[in-house]
Each structure stands twice: as structure tokens, then as C-alpha cells.
Design a protein around this ligand. Structure first.
Ligand SMILES: NC(=O)c1ccc[n+]([C@@H]2O[C@H](COP(=O)([O-])OP(=O)(O)OC[C@H]3O[C@@H](n4cnc5c(N)ncnc54)[C@H](OP(=O)(O)O)[C@@H]3O)[C@@H](O)[C@H]2O)c1
Length: 265
């Protein structure tokens, strides 16, 4: 896909990966629609995008609300005339062992991380099918393939995004529309701060190497140029997925050791 002039809509663009992705697409000449709940942050981002010579549309958005997601997608098309890329990025995590994490946390996480993605796909697919072209990028996580201890509630939402994207990829075959899932490892953003706030003192959190939000943003833009089914912005990730497929018990042992050493469980 040619990025210059493309129309890209990004949920959760007020911070972290979403913000970096909006800036990276704009830098390459895309017109971007940016949605999140903190519109003051989005306004500042839109100013930076316009200053760089690109166009931006700001929309208040809570992805847990289907109507708001549909409005976000429709407003993008009204303003820019089409939708080339939708990045379903909005999300957050909570920590805690399976038995100590309140049921309400599981429900809210699914509503934001998983159903928010479903709503985005359902709003965008008919538009992209009519265009005969488009790309949906669902920001999952490496933990969608391999959950970490004290992170099961969050990881399950990321696994759900992977399953959804797998089904979608095949359903869309031949339509000119593509779907990809992205699998970051621990990424420098506000994610940890939000997870701490949401977890009421429960232990957990990522172990292992970190990458920057810009690393992930570049991988997402790369996927828009040449769509691939699954995107792994960090070199070690595919190895972890492979190891988990062939030796899940060994992976259990490695995670337990690393998480204990880091004081996460
Ligand atoms: N950081 C990591 O280690 C990591 C690793 C793998 C995958 N991921 C995934 O990457 C995505 C982005 O995370 P991040 O690391 O960039 O975290 P972040 O810095 O905390 O950014 C999260 C973004 O999502 C938005 N958001 C949260 N709840 C929302 C809601 N209900 N409606 C609309 N927007 C909402 C936030 O905006 P508002 O608060 O303004 O609404 C913010 O813009 C998430 O899906 C996350 O699961 C992150």
C-alpha cells in the first residue's frame, strides 16, 4: 500500500504505541483519524501532525461502546472520503493471579481489548469491502500466544484478538482487504502505570527485554506497506512462539523461574 495520502484510523492514539503510530503514519504522508478518551492529548497530537504538514481528525472515543466506535469509523470516512487502514490499538492490562483477579476486571478487559476490536472490525469491513481494498491491524501481544503468570486476564483478551484476526484473514481472502495481528513484547509506554493503577496492589508485570513504542509503530507502518498475517516487532518473539508450540512445559518452567526472579509472582 502507498502510505502517502492513505487514510488511517487509530484507536488509543493518546499515548504509547497508538500515538507513535499516528506520528509515524503522518510522517510518511498519511491522513490520520485519532481516537481515545483523553481528547486534550489528542488535540496536542493533532497539532504536531498538522505542523508536520499532514491532516488529522480528533474524535473522543471509548472503544467499549459500539456506537462510539462506529461513529469514529464513519466520521473518518465522512472527513477523508475513505478508510485504508484501521489500527485497533486501544487497550490496557491488569495484573493478578487467576483466582485473585475480580470477575469485573475480566469483563471490563474483554469489553475494551476484545470487543473494542470486534466493533472496529465490524464497522470497517463493509466500507473496505466496498472499496475493494483496506487493512485492519489488531494490536494483540506476545502474551496472546503465551500468557505470563499473574497476567492471565489480560492475556486472554490478547489471545481472543488473535483468533478473531485468524478467522477474518481467511474470510477476507480475495476481497482486497487484509487483516493482521501485531505481537509486541513489553513496550515503553503508559501501559505499566495504567496496569498498576487498575490492579489494586496485585503482583504481576512483564519480564524480559523491552522495546520502544516507535519500534512497534514502525512495524505497523511496515505491515501497511506489505501486509503480513502476523507482525513481531521484536526479533526474539517468534522464537518464544515456536518454543511454546513444541515445548510448553519447558516454557512454563522458564516463565516461573524468570517471574520469581523478578518478584512478579
Ligand atoms: N506496552 C506493552 O508492553 C504492550 C505489549 C504488548 C501489547 N500492548 C498493546 O498495545 C496497545 C497499546 O498499549 P500501550 O502500550 O501503548 O499503552 P498506553 O500507553 O497505556 O496506551 C493505551 C492507549 O489506549 C487508550 N485506551 C485505553 N482504554 C481505552 C478505551 N476504553 N477507549 C479508547 N481508548 C482507550 C488510551 O487512551 P485514553 O486513556 O486517553 O482513552 C491510550 O491511548 C494495547 O492494546 C496493549 O494491550 C502493549
Amino acid at each position: 500500500m502507498q502510505i502517502t495520502g492513505a487514510v488511517v484510523a487509530i484507536t488509543g492514539a493518546s499515548a504509547g504505541i497508538g500515538r507513535a503510530t499516528a506520528l509515524e503514519f503522518a510522517r510518511e504522508g498519511a491522513r490520520v483519524a485519532i481516537g481515545a478518551r483523553r481528547t486534550d492529548r489528542l488535540d496536542a497530537l493533532a497539532e504536531a501532525i498538522r505542523a508536520s504538514g499532514s491532516e488529522a481528525l480528533v474524535l473522543a472515543l471509548d472503544v467499549a461502546d459500539e456506537k462510539q466506535v462506529r461513529r469514529f469509523v464513519d466520521a473518518t470516512v465522512e472527513r477523508f472520503g475513505r478508510l485504508d487502514v484501521l489500527v485497533n490499538n486501544a487497550g490496557y492490562g491488569v495484573r493478578g493471579r487467576v483466582e485473585e483477579t475480580p470477575a469485573a476486571d475480566y469483563e471490563r478487559l474483554m469489553r475494551v481489548n476484545y470487543l473494542g476490536t470486534v466493533y472496529g472490525c465490524q464497522a470497517a469491513i463493509p466500507i473496505m469491502r466496498r472499496q475493494g481494498r483496506g487493512l485492519i491491524v489488531n494490536i494483540s501481544s506476545i502474551v496472546g500466544h503465551r500468557a505470563m503468570p499473574a497476567g492471565g486476564a489480560y492475556a486472554a483478551t490478547k489471545a481472543a484478538q488473535i483468533s478473531l484476526t485468524e478467522a477474518l484473514r481467511v474470510e477476507l481472502r480475495g476481497s482486497g482487504v487484509y487483516a493482521s495481528s501485531v505481537h509486541p513484547i513489553g513496550t515503553e509506554s503508559e501501559f505499566v502505570e495504567v496496569a498498576e493503577r487498575e490492579s489494586q496492589g496485585r503482583k504481576g508485570g512483564a519480564v524480559g527485554p523491552q522495546q520502544t513504542a516507535l519500534d512497534v509503530a514502525r512495524a505497523i507502518v511496515g505491515c501497511a506497506k506489505h501486509p503480513t498475517p502476523e507482525v513481531y516487532p521484536h526479533a526474539l518473539s517468534r522464537g518464544l512462539v515456536w518454543l511454546n508450540a513444541v515445548a510448553p512445559g519447558l516454557n512454563d518452567w522458564l516463565w516461573a523461574r524468570a517471574a520469581r526472579k523478578a518478584g512478579r509472582i
